[in-house]
Design a protein around this ligand. Structure first.
Ligand code: DON
Length: 309
């Protein structure tokens, strides 16, 4: 395993020049595009790490999976899926166009509009961000996980596109709270600092049908895990979800902080990180690390067949 991880690092490193750090959130522009790392949390409890695995970065859109878990736990299936659909868009993650041309309800919870609507379902008079942080810490197995205040402020100040979507959705009665409150929660959720080890462990919780890999405690109900992993397959890498499914074949979720979290059914959680992004907002280094590992460890969901990509 160690030698595969080192080889994956070298393979991915040769593509790093193709990426560029996100700049639309000014604080993210400070990321170092030469950083690259990964971690695996295996079902037997073994842990493997390589490169900048310990570097903290903001969770960004990977939070959308945890927001969905929390919303389903707090508000239930009917409420959540009355606000958001389950179909892939083929559009960029921050696209606003479908809210007008397809239907007022965002197409899925993995795009920005869908995550803002999903976040609004978590409010209900409680301190929703505390609940989110508590859940994130349990899924990742690290109690020191916390908010990156600088990124949060930067997002809140620069997030005009998200603001437009939220107000449009509020005008269609799709939010469970005021647009600014839903946005504030969404920006906080995106701005939590994690590392690849945290995300690999979270991936293992999903791979183990919601059970804590150390204690065996059921952290997330099985029906919710199934919904989240399904949406990771169909929408986890936005308009690159098809390409990722073909080349990597692991339920996964990306974020503009440079992370990708993957969950290999019953076998492992795997996460990779590198701040340089491709044109669709997915980490170039992390994508290639996962591609290499999938090929060499046979992780594709249809691993029995020959691989030609
Ligand atoms: O709202 C935003 O644009 C960011 N906070 C999250 C976007 C994101 O991570 C998309 N991922 N590839």
């Amino acid at each position: 395993m160690e030698s595969h991880l080192s080889a994956a690092l070298e393979y991915a490193r040769s593509f790093l020049h193709e990426g560029a750090v996100a700049t639309y959130i000014p604080e993210l522009a400070k990321g170092d595009p030469t950083q690259l790392g990964a971690a695996i949390y295996a079902a037997d409890g073994e842990i493997y790490r390589v490169g900048d695995w310990q570097q903290e970065f903001t969770i960004q859109s990977i939070s959308k999976t945890i927001t969905l878990i929390l919303a389903l736990q707090l508000a239930g299936y009917r409420k959540v899926f009355s606000k958001v659909g389950v179909e892939p868009t083929g559009d960029p993650f921050n696209s606003i166009v479908r809210l007008e041309t397809t239907a007022p309800r965002p197409l899925n919870p993995m795009i920005n509009a869908g995550a803002i609507a999903t976040a609004s379902c978590c409010m209900g008079g409680r301190d929703a961000f505390s609940e989110f942080l508590k859940l994130t810490r349990r899924l990742c197995g690290r109690s020191s996980i916390s908010l990156n205040e600088e990124v949060y402020r930067s997002e809140k100040q620069a997030g005009m596109r998200n603001r437009s979507m939220a107000y449009l959705m509020q005008s269609d009665n799709l939010l469970e709270c005021d647009a600014e409150d839903a946005l504030d929660l969404y920006f906080r959720m995106c701005s939590v600092n994690v590392n690849t080890m945290d995300l690999a462990r979270y991936g293992m919780v999903l791979a183990g049908n919601g059970k804590d890999p150390e204690t065996g405690e059921q952290l997330v109900e099985g029906w919710i895990v199934r919904i989240v992993k399904t949406l990771m397959v169909t929408c986890g890498l936005y308009d690159a979800s098809g390409e990722f499914a073909m080349k990597v074949g692991i339920p996964a979720k990306s974020g503009v902080g440079g992370g990708i979290m993957g969950s290999v059914e019953r076998k492992m959680g795997v996460a990779a990180f590198s701040p340089g992004l491709d044109a669709k907002g997915n980490s170039v280094g992390a994508f290639h690390m996962l591609e290499y590992l999938s090929h060499h460890l046979g992780l594709h969901y249809f691993a029995g067949s020959e691989c030609r990509v």
